[in-house]
Design a protein around this ligand. Structure first.
Ligand SMILES: *[C@@H]1O[C@H](CO)[C@@H](O)[C@H](O)[C@H]1NC(C)=O
Ligand SMILES: *[C@@H]1O[C@H](CO)[C@@H](O)[C@H](O)[C@H]1NC(C)=O
Ligand SMILES: *[C@@H]1O[C@H](CO)[C@@H](O)[C@H](O)[C@H]1NC(C)=O
Ligand SMILES: *[C@@H]1O[C@H](CO)[C@@H](O)[C@H](O)[C@H]1NC(C)=O
Ligand SMILES: CC(=O)N[C@H]1CO[C@H](CO)[C@@H](O)[C@@H]1O
Ligand SMILES: [Cu+2]
Length: 654
């Protein structure tokens, strides 16, 4: 009796499980089980016989936003099935790029089409690994190394993407450049200058071999950067104030979802903040993540001109995510989240501790006041800042990008980028600047025989802000100087006033930071405070940096959006990757600048803000052999969103 009951029970579970299968959030990233199911769905399709099918992109298809918002607002959302669960998959098969949509509930292919436009999907690690090994089997390369008196076993070769420079025909090619370790762990410091190989990653063939010069190898002394001890983070709070349930995070007055995928890396979704006056959560950000990066080097010479990387689209920030090191990358109170993605074979891969979440006490004052105006009394009140940080670190070749989302109880979100790691370096005959005979060395002599090249970094964020609801307008508030007209009226000759203007179309919604004294608000025209001010969030920019390249320079054609730091467009589920979906060898016919050119109306619409954190990097000697972290970022700041300072309110919404 007992036995048969339990068997019945087990059958019951089996029967009901497909139907009641539910996820804790519709934007949850794909699970390893789902990734493997997708792999099987495609491997069992008519492509079963193609042994060389490789997976290049595999991500949750973003569900329709209105369904997600409906699901979120339903009281029974923990048990309701999610609206849909579909994946976008891009493979290379039979010399073609194929795009699939896979229905995860039914395990079926919903659509299957060939990508016929320009550009290619990201490279897989397997392809890059194979390409970087290929030179070692090439006798010309062996000779070049031998002639330089170097040992082949001490050489490391690394594949670089090649960009696009007007060629008509396309091919999936990487350029391989090599370095001499000879005992150092800082391989980037000892480039074997002058050797350049172009490799067709699909045919796995060297299609061009050049050995140009015998520039000396930079010496090993001073290149090592290991040996520092780990220091504990200074903030010793024990993290019990953070609640992480699945991918959802609750902390203080904030609630948001943290996702991960191979391309964007960390993704913040459905962030809302509790308003203790209204006694409800109010939406702030529907989705935010790094959308593309652009890193052009400023060296036009043959082995360097093509270095114009788009790391997110060509490799992927998630694919480059580190397993964070406790106490070095994150303080001891951090909680961790794993990341999952598909390998080249479609099989699920885990990145343990891809994201960390921790409370931090930055030693700043959140607010304070000393009041001596009350007779016989001194009133002092205030509180220290305690914030919540969500972090990941992507290492793309030589560079390490630290990506932080810092949430504050005041409603402010600080999005920070830290650049560290090792510079991209070039060997030279010069040991001192006074030996330099050429007009330009395209960088700085950072060590003997070593030039670190000038370059830019642009990290473009996708920010689907939903200020108190999806329908928003972009309001530009400009500070205008007013001259007092009648000399008799006031001893003052001038003052400034605020002129507000709603931006009507995408064509006018692109801005350079610092060009004029203006602030950009994402306002909800239907929501006002009790006093009548329009509920808004402000985009507070960081340092000003736009691309200085000529508009018709090929890398600039591919990343033309970097001419402006801030863009606002209409929300469109498919418009997420600023440099275009197929970034490798792209030609600028997809992406932010193209979408904006449609000049859609943006008044009282669902809007997306694109913000590029930019750095012009002229390296200095302190950046050698490893760079002290360089920080920048921007803020999203509540602006007449609350009735008053939210720090004074009762916080606990739970
Ligand atoms: C190459 O290896 C040999 C044997 O280990 C060593 O003696 C020699 O110094 C190496 N040459 C260079 C340039 O590192
Ligand atoms: C965390 O810190 C609080 C206050 O210092 C303490 O009461 C609590 O026991 C600590 N919890 C853990 C898990 O260490
Ligand atoms: C640069 O230094 C190397 C040794 O590090 C030496 O062999 C070479 O002669 C020097 N070059 C010049 C131009 O001084
Ligand atoms: C959404 O974006 C895609 C790609 O840019 C475009 O083809 C489509 O027309 C857009 N849809 C709307 C409603 O604008
Ligand atoms: C079945 C098939 O085409 N296999 C090929 C896949 O690619 C590798 C590397 O190019 C070849 O060695 C296999 O023969
Ligand atoms: Cu740099």
């Amino acid at each position: 009796m007992e036995l048969s009951l339990s068997i019945l029970f087990a059958m019951f579970i089996l029967l009901i499980s497909p139907k009641t299968q539910c996820y804790s959030h519709p934007l949850d990233p794909l699970t390893p089980k789902e990734i493997n199911k997708i792999k099987l769905t495609i491997k069992n399709s008519k492509y079963a016989s193609f042994a060389n099918l490789t997976f290049h992109f595999l991500d949750l298809e973003e569900p329709n936003k209105h369904l997600v918002l409906k699901w979120l607002s339903a009281p029974a959302r923990r048990v309701d099935p999610v609206p849909s669960r579909r994946a976008i998959v891009v493979v290379r098969v039979n010399d073609e790029t194929r795009e699939f949509i896979v229905n995860l509930i039914h395990g079926s292919i919903v659509s299957d089409k060939v990508h016929s436009g320009h550009g290619y999907p990201p490279f897989t690690f397997v392809e890059l690994l194979r390409a970087s090994r290929l030179p070692f089997a090439d006798s010309r390369f062996q000779d070049s190394i031998f002639q330089r008196g170097l040992n082949l076993s001490e050489v490391t070769c690394l594949p670089l993407t090649t960009g696009w420079f007007g060629e008509a025909a396309g091919r999936r090619v990487v350029r391989v450049t090599c370095f001499y370790r000879g005992g150092t762990s800082n391989i980037w410091a000892r480039p074997i200058e002058g050797i350049s190989l172009s490799i067709d990653v699909e045919a796995l063939r060297v299609i061009e071999y050049i050995d140009r010069s015998k520039t000396p190898l930079p010496k090993i002394e001073g290149t090592e950067f290991r040996g520092r001890n780990l220091n504990e983070g200074s903030c010793n709070r024990n993290g019990t104030n953070v609640i992480v349930a699945g991918h959802e995070v609750r902390w203080s007055n904030w609630r948001f979802h943290v996702g991960f995928d191979a391309r964007a890396g960390m993704i913040i979704s459905t962030a809302s903040i509790y308003d203790s006056t209204k006694r409800e959560f109010r939406s702030v950000l529907y989705r935010g993540h790094v959308s593309e990066t652009f890193v052009p080097y400023m060296d036009p010479t043959p082995d360097w001109y093509y270095r114009t990387f788009m790391d997110v689209g060509e490799f992927g920030f998630g694919r480059s995510a580190n397993s964070l090191v406790p106490l070095m990358d994150c303080p001891k109170n951090a909680v961790y989240m794993n990341g999952y993605m598909a390998g080249a074979d479609g099989e699920a891969q885990e990145v343990p501790r891809a994201i960390c979440i921790f409370e931090t006490c930055p030693g700043k004052i959140a607010w304070r006041h000393t009041e001596i105006g009350t007779p016989g009394k001194v009133v002092i009140s205030g509180e220290p800042e305690i914030n919540l940080v969500v972090r990941m670190v992507a290492t793309v070749g030589n560079y390490d990008y630290i990506l932080d989302w810092e949430f504050k109880k005041s409603g402010l979100i600080n999005v920070g980028v830290g650049l560290t790691g090792v510079l991209e370096m070039k060997a030279t005959e010069y040991n001192k600047t006074d030996q330099i005979k050429t007009k330009d060395i395209y960088g700085t002599l950072v060590a003997e025989n070593t030039i670190a090249g000038n370059h830019d970094h642009f990290l473009t964020y996708y920010l689907d802000l939903d200020t108190d609801g999806p329908d928003n307008s972009l309001v530009k508030t400009t500070l205008k100087r007013v001259l007092t007209k009648n000399p008799g009226d006031s001893p003052r000759k001038s003052f400034w006033t605020v002129v507000k203007e709603t931006v009507e179309r995408e064509g006018e919604a692109r801005f350079r930071v610092g060009e004029e004294p203006a602030e950009l608000l994402i306002s909800n025209p239907k929501k006002k405070t009790k006093l009548g001010n329009v509920v808004s969030y402000k985009v507070v920019p960081g340092r000003a940096a736009t691309s200085l390249l000529a508009g018709d320079d090929y890398p600039q054609i591919r990343c033309s959006y970097t001419k402006y730091q801030i863009w606002v467009t209409c929300y469109n589920r498919t418009e997420r990757w600023a440099g275009g979906f197929y970034a490798d060898r792209s030609r600028g016919d997809d992406g932010l600048a193209v979408w904006s050119r449609r000049n859609r109306e943006i008044v009282n619409k669902d809007l997306v803000v694109w913000y590029s954190v930019g750095f012009h990097h002229n390296p200095v000697q302190e950046d050698f052999p490893v760079m002290p972290t360089l920080y920048d970022g921007f803020e999203l700041k509540p602006t007449n969103f609350f009735e008053r300072n939210p720090l004074l309110s009762e916080l606990n919404p739970l």
